[in-house]
Design a binder for this molecule. Structure first.
Ligand code: NAD
Length: 473
């Protein structure tokens, strides 16, 4: 914890929880049960490095809540991993799943390594060993606890996990559902990779379409023309930037760990990534101004700021210098409680992490369902829909005596593919969640911010299960 921060990450989550709990009807015991982390597994194991030395690896898996099974949450590879962080992230997963009506409890995993310092072979050894340790303790499985990618991990790590798990559990028919975020060839679902960034876009777009909210912020309705700054051009940041740009917003700045870039006419995230692949850094991007102190990028004039890197980056020290009108928390926990207070006073709208970045877990849910059903989305109905659409269009053309253009025809006749269904399920989820939270917030003038409203939504959805079903006498 830095000197600027009064609270650890987990304490911040607890503080936000307590703030919201006042607006719910649950008694102390139920609230306490919702808040605590049910199981914390801390493990150490040795690996042999490529140079022959033995290194002891520190890792965690925290199951915050089993009010629904399985529990679900990503695995983070970062040298900042510690028990407090994993507990906080696991708690956020419980609340996130509840808000978006994904029937999972919350969990999270972390391995305390900087993946940049390890070879691919070493990373594979670490991931496989971590998985087999989880298997030993019954901390992973399609009906127990289902990991996913998070900071520092992706499809590659998920395929190592599913491979290790299936080799240790021969004959387990649903084994592919032991982890999500897998490559398509290993049982993944189309649309998972971009899901969190796309969900961030859908959530913010819904907020930007709310006339009253935009009026209060002094902004025009809609995403088009909004100036956006993104921190972190990893999985979530890259896709957030992509969808904002594709829908008419201008991404004026992007910040990375080693510096940022600024161009008031807009940056193209794909070209920026190619530049980084070539040079090793996003800085010195042709046509853009380099920002040497990367944190300064967050303080530039803009409409929407998307922190998509790590927690606690917007805190008591820098919050008063933030000029954005909307902060879309793509990362988990980027704003501290102290920063929240400053934003409430300044009238800056913080769209909270715990639902805004739920796109990943929502599509993970679709992937898990696909694994359990053993059938690709769209397989059963695509051809049927196309045949039916062809028939209906033929009837319309015959009855009206007019023909639709070939472009329109193609659009109308098409049956849904897996990717269409996943994107539409995600869009529906994010729109519904945004409206539910806004409704809670706007219908109680004492609720100070959208984060508190989101917690109220989560606490009520988990509370009802503990209060009515889940606590044994
Ligand atoms: P990632 O590893 O793909 O990307 C993170 C990026 O942030 C990297 O490019 C890294 O270099 C950059 N970064 C690190 N420190 C920085 C700094 N100080 N300033 C600017 N950039 C910095 O990780 P990700 O999966 O995109 O996750 C990012 C955040 O989103 C995390 O908080 C994670 O918990 C959250 N999240 C991820 C998912 C998901 O599906 N991947 C889902 C929900 C939430």
């Amino acid at each position: 914890m830095s000197a600027q921060q009064q609270y650890s990450f987990f304490e911040s989550v607890e503080k936000s929880f307590d703030k919201a709990a006042k607006f719910t009807k649950w008694d102390k015991g139920v609230l306490e049960q919702i808040k605590v982390c049910n199981s914390v597994y801390r493990l150490n194991f040795p690996i042999k490095r490529d140079n022959g030395t033995i290194e002891v690896i520190e890792a965690y898996r925290v199951q915050h809540s089993q009010h629904k099974s399985p529990c679900k949450g990503g695995i983070r590879f970062s040298d900042g991993v510690n028990q407090d962080e994993v507990m906080a992230l696991a708690s956020l997963m419980t609340y996130k799943c509840a808000i978006v009506n994904v029937p999972f409890g919350g969990a999270k995993g972390g391995i305390k390594i900087n993946p940049r310092n390890y070879s691919v072979y070493e990373l594979e050894k670490i991931t496989r060993r971590y998985t087999s340790e989880l298997v030993k303790k019954n901390f992973i499985g399609p009906g127990i606890d289902v990991p996913a990618p998070d900071y520092g991990t992706g499809e590659r790590e998920m395929s190592w996990i599913v491979d290790t798990y299936t080799s240790l559990k021969p004959g387990e028919i649903d084994a592919a559902g032991c982890v999500t975020g897998k490559p398509i060839t290993q049982g993944g679902v189309r649309g998972r990779k971009e899901a969190t960034g796309l969900g961030v876009f859908f959530g913010i777009r819904e907020v930007c379409n709310m006339e009253d909210v935009m009026k209060k912020l002094g902004l025009t309705v809609g995403v088009e023309g909004k100036r956006v700054i993104v921190q972190g051009i990893g999985n979530v940041g890259y896709h957030s930037a992509k969808f904002f740009r594709e829908h008419g917003a201008t991404v004026i700045a992007i910040a990375e760990h080693d510096g940022g870039v600024y161009n008031e006419n807009g940056l193209n995230e794909e070209e920026l990534i190619q530049h980084r692949n070539k040079t090793g850094s996003i800085t010195n991007f042709p046509g853009a101004k380099t920002i040497v102190n990367t944190n300064e990028a967050l303080e530039l004039e803009c409409d929407i700021l998307i922190p998509a890197a790590l927690e606690n980056v917007i805190n008591a020290e820098n919050a008063s210098r933030i000029k954005a009108k909307i902060i879309g928390e793509a990362a988990n926990g980027p704003c501290t409680p102290e920063a929240d207070e400053i934003f409430i006073k300044k009238g800056i709208l913080v769209v909270p992490d715990m639902y805004l970045n739920a796109g990943g877990v929502t599509v993970s849910y679709f992937e898990w369902l696909k694994n359990l059903s053993h059938v690709r989305y769209g397989r059963l109905e695509k051809r049927f829909s196309e045949n039916m659409n062809t028939h209906i269009l033929g009837q319309i053309e015959e009855l009206s005596g007019k023909k639709v253009s070939s472009g329109e025809k193609e659009f109308i006749l098409r049956g849904a593919e897996e990717i269409d269904l996943v994107h539409s399920g995600l869009e529906e989820t994010m729109i519904t969640a945004t409206r539910e939270i806004m409704h809670i917030w706007l219908s109680n003038p004492e609720i100070p911010d959208m984060r508190t409203a989101a917690y109220v939504s989560a606490i009520n959805k988990v509370g009802i299960i503990y209060a009515e079903l889940g606590i044994f006498p």
